[in-house]
Design a binder for this molecule. Structure first.
Ligand SMILES: NC(=O)c1ccc[n+]([C@@H]2O[C@H](COP(=O)([O-])OP(=O)(O)OC[C@H]3O[C@@H](n4cnc5c(N)ncnc54)[C@H](OP(=O)(O)O)[C@@H]3O)[C@@H](O)[C@H]2O)c1
Length: 466
């Protein structure tokens, strides 16, 4: 009998099945479309992979307690598969959804399976297809009992953190795994936005793609070392096989999104967490896809963008520093959202553990996660920016960050990522914000009342008299 069942042989499912079988697991694989299963088995059969052609066959071919991993399209497909396979499962089996499901769907599914004794887990997996094959970062949410069963296989197939430990962990009850993955993706959106904005400023200063690639590579050898910088340097060097020149210049500037970035922004609004940059990064993708409107608008103002008033060397250094500060603010917003979610939903999420399992395999793996983990271990749960070492870093970035942002804004280059991270940094460190005037206005037109700084209670003023 096999020890793991894998349902869904798309890009991710195939690679996860291969990863498991390479680590010595016997895997029974099943896909809704039979030909997909046959094609996969004929390509890779004989390596610990056994086909199944129905949900009950998957169940029959598995040792107890069964471990079943679902890697199907998020949404209705997950409900379809659960409905088709759960009648063949027993109490104590573990059914895990490894796709990008919304955490509320995961909560609902766990709740409805709970009476059957089947342990339902929502598992965030990051690393793309390469990660799925060689070792992803795995964020397991669900009953802690299920983690006892999943721990070994998930640890075996995962990437490794800086200290060599597996990048797989239990991150909390019910929807926590998918929530942590959603926040991971939101941070990914912001960091990509920041890299895109750096590229935009360099282009305005007439740097070639090759030169920008060299700069990203250089940054990647220093404090900002991260997977996203590493692949940005590679992407900028790629030549176009269809018509020559640099491939990046041929790609339409209209960024798409699948939903996790939007969900994170929605969750910020719902929980009242001021992670500005999550909304900005998702919405700036929407702005990029307003391509036709932007074309019309820009034809009204040709030659609108100027060259920023920055020397090339100065731009390179200042942007590098600004990127490092802004990147820290992106992660800070993510951990602050996680802190709020774990309080709201009663999850036992260990934030330092999240910072550890993001160190390898996932898209937002970056050297700074070591420092972030240490900050969280020392208790910087209100905000990692309050940790003395991280705070010192942020202060060091300030001058260059502000200088490069103002020079670029003067030149009319849009920088939603850099300005929103900077606004986050500034607002967080401002004791008195002008929200008192907002409260007064609310009270003026809507009698919404306000609280005072000098005495307890709730007050309303009859503003007509003043
Ligand atoms: N691609 C990535 O880099 C990545 C990274 C992390 C997480 N994810 C998440 O992982 C999940 C799978 O992604 P993928 O890229 O592997 O997708 P994919 O290549 O599009 O594969 C989708 C799989 O779902 C199956 N499926 C679709 N609807 C179904 C239904 N109603 N009933 C049963 N099976 C159904 C498909 O079966 P058929 O062959 O029969 O159509 C196929 O096996 C998604 O939630 C995705 O967001 C993806």
């Amino acid at each position: 009998l096999a020890s793991v069942g894998l349902v869904g042989l798309g890009v991710m499912g195939r690679n996860l099945a291969l990863n498991l079988s390479r680590r010595g697991y016997k895997v029974v694989v099943y896909n809704r479309t039979k030909e997909v299963t046959d094609r996969f088995i004929s390509g890779y059969g004989g390596s610990g992979l056994t086909p199944a052609y129905s949900p009950d066959e998957v169940a029959r071919k598995l040792d107890a307690p069964r471990i079943i991993l679902l890697m199907v399209t998020a949404g209705k497909a997950v409900d379809d598969v659960i409905r088709s396979i759960s009648p063949y499962l027993s109490s104590g089996d573990v059914l895990s959804d490894l796709g990008n499901s919304h955490f509320r769907d995961t909560q609902r599914r766990e709740f409805s399976l709970d009476p059957s004794g089947i342990h339902y887990c929502g598992v965030g997996v990051s690393g793309g297809e390469e990660g799925a094959l060689r070792g992803p970062s795995i964020m397991v949410g669900g009953p802690s009992k299920a983690w006892e069963i999943l721990k070994k296989p998930m640890s075996d197939i995962s990437a490794r953190a800086f200290d060599g430990t597996p990048c797989a962990s239990w991150v909390g009850e019910d929807g926590a795994g998918h929530y942590v993955k959603m926040v991971h993706n939101a941070i990914e959106y912001v960091v990509m936005e920041l890299i895109g904005e750096c590229y935009g400023v360099f282009k305005a200063l007439d740097f070639s793609n090759g030169e920008i690639s060299d700069i990203f590579q250089l940054w990647n050898e220093g404090r900002s070392k991260s997977y996203l910088l590493e692949i940005s340097a590679k992407v900028l060097r790629r030549k176009d096989e269809l018509s020559g020149g640099d491939l990046v210049d041929k790609i339409l500037d209209s960024a798409e999104q699948k939903g996790t970035g939007k969900w994170a922004a929605e969750s910020c609004l719902e929980l009242g967490v001021p992670a500005f940059s999550f909304a900005v990064a998702a919405l700036d993708r929407s702005m990029s896809s307003f391509k036709l409107v932007r074309e019309k608008a820009s034809s009204l103002e040709p030659n609108r963008v100027n060259k920023p008033n920055l020397g090339r060397r100065e731009a390179q250094e200042a942007l590098g520093t600004a990127f490092s500060g802004a990147q820290l603010c992106a992660y800070a917003q993510g951990f602050s959202l996680l802190e709020a979610a774990r309080n709201e939903y009663g999850w036992h999420t260990d934030l330092a553990e999240v910072a550890r399992i993001w160190q390898g395999g996932c898209i937002i793996r970056a050297d700074l996660l070591k420092q972030i983990r240490e900050a969280l271990l020392s208790g910087a749960h209100d905000s990692i920016l309050l940790d003395p070492d991280i705070h010192r870093e942020i202060v060091k970035c300030d001058k260059a960050w502000r200088n490069v942002v103002s020079r670029a804004l003067e030149a009319r280059i849009p920088l939603p990522g850099f300005t929103s991270t900077l606004a986050y940094r500034d607002s967080l460190f401002t004791e008195r914000l002008p929200a008192n005037l907002i409260q007064a206005l609310r009270d003026y037109f809507g009698a919404h009342t306000y609280r005072r700084v000098d005495r307890e209670g709730v007050f309303h003023t009859d503003w007509s008299g003043g």
